[in-house]
Design a protein around this ligand. Sequence first.
Ligand code: G6Q
Length: 546
Amino acid sequence: MTLKKINPTKTKSWKKLKTHFKEIENEEIKNLLSSRPSNEDFNLKWNDFNVNISKNRIDNTTLNLLIELANECDLKDAISKQFNGDSINETEKRAVLHTAVRTDGNEKINFNGLDIVPSILETRKQIKSFTNDVISGELKGHTGKSFTDIVNIGIGGSDLGPVMIVEALKHYSSGLKPHFVSNVDGDHVLETIKSLNPETTLFIIVSKTFTTQETISNANTIKEWLVSKLDKNAISKHFAAVSTNVSEIKKFGINSKMVFSMNDWVGGRFSLWSSVGLSISLAIGYDNFRKLLSGAHKMDKHFQKTEFKNNIPVILALLSVWYNNFFKCETEAVIPYTQYLNRLPAYLQQAIMESNGKSVDRSGKVVEYQTGNIIWGDTGTNSQHAFFQLIHQGTKLIPCDFIGFKKPLFKENTQHNKLMSNFFAQTEALMTGKSEKTVVDELKKSGLNESEINLLKTFKVFKGNRPTNTFLINQLTPESLGSLVAMYEHKIFVQGIIWNIYSYDQWGVELGKQLASKVLKEIEDQKISNHDSSTNSLLKTYLSNQ
Ligand code: G6Q
């Protein structure tokens, strides 16, 4: 069964939200906060997550109307269709079952009349035994040495998820040193392998299709390097593959025991939980990989079973719709207060922008409202010394997610309170701002005269009223990270449902790819054909310098 096609702007709740927006638009968060009879509805508690949404430009009516909107768009029906394996990725005729690969194994998940759980558990077993063999040193390279380094060769969904998780969980390292090669930029791959010992390095080619230009080019460059350093027979010992394209894997020379399958009901950017996460399992050990899946599974159950008012991904998605469609915010920032999560914004950029960057609705009509927002961010406190100026005093309204942890990972870490005081102070400052009166008082105290104060005061005023969500989680563990990432995945899905778009296809990446292969041929043949005058001239300049 397919998803319903409901234009959100034609619902009763949308109209009510429009009227309600006029009442809220100029309200101050700090006043809304103090006028609420209770802030309980604005602090969602789940496992070791505290999701505080109280610093938002909303009141109880806003929340109720947004939930009404979710009901009118029949979100409930959409959730059950996704989890039931219906073909909700209609333009690619595919089911969307990345949630199935993180099953706890105690359920049946039917797809096309077949329970897919046994085959998921079978693949997991294979990941487990391969991981253990590599980490223990039982599996050896061509010259009989154990592996010390692993290189994930993949791009997009076959790279961003694993690289983000491996970086986030490096505290839990298995001892193997992970590397990632993604860009078709030959310098990227050559720079990565130049310090590697071919005898002790294992390469994992991750490509669902095994035809992606970047991945296959990098894999071939590495293969040539390996053969030149060792010999041809080393290929079967040093390469593993994660793919569905059996014939191409064979042609490449990969040992069938080192092949991990994928399913087309798991989309690339949602695939880190599947065998695409092999590099994660190798880098942090299978038990930790399993905990990551378990954290995500718990969030799946929360999302599936919790009433909307307490449902974290649902509420986050609705707030995002509120800012995107009513306040006309174009971007959202994600600021994790841990250096380990420095790749989270980049990962979310693909997950969110590739999923919801669509302008045609599920009926094939061009939408007349805003859809997918722009995601960006970096870790706190680094970003405070970089782009926070614009968030505090710029002309744009940028809702931010602040993600922080109660406990650091190192017992000896004596700086955690300093980090977290910044975390709390920033959301408070963004909300309260600084009035002209306070600024003037401060300047008077510092000894400035009246004319100096008049010159300076406006620059020092902070209007405040900048909305934030605060995520306070116990500790960064494989399990909590799994829950956090799954939370964002479900938020994406809910937004797509409300906006009446297809979140699981990505036709927008095709055009550039097609053109690039045409341009490559022309560059190689040194023959520039009919492009526009701008492109023609750039290509001629490029060729003239070769
Ligand atoms: C993600 C996309 C895309 C994909 C890459 C790699 O949802 O589908 O990012 O993951 O293009 O594709 P392959 O795994 O087929 O090489």
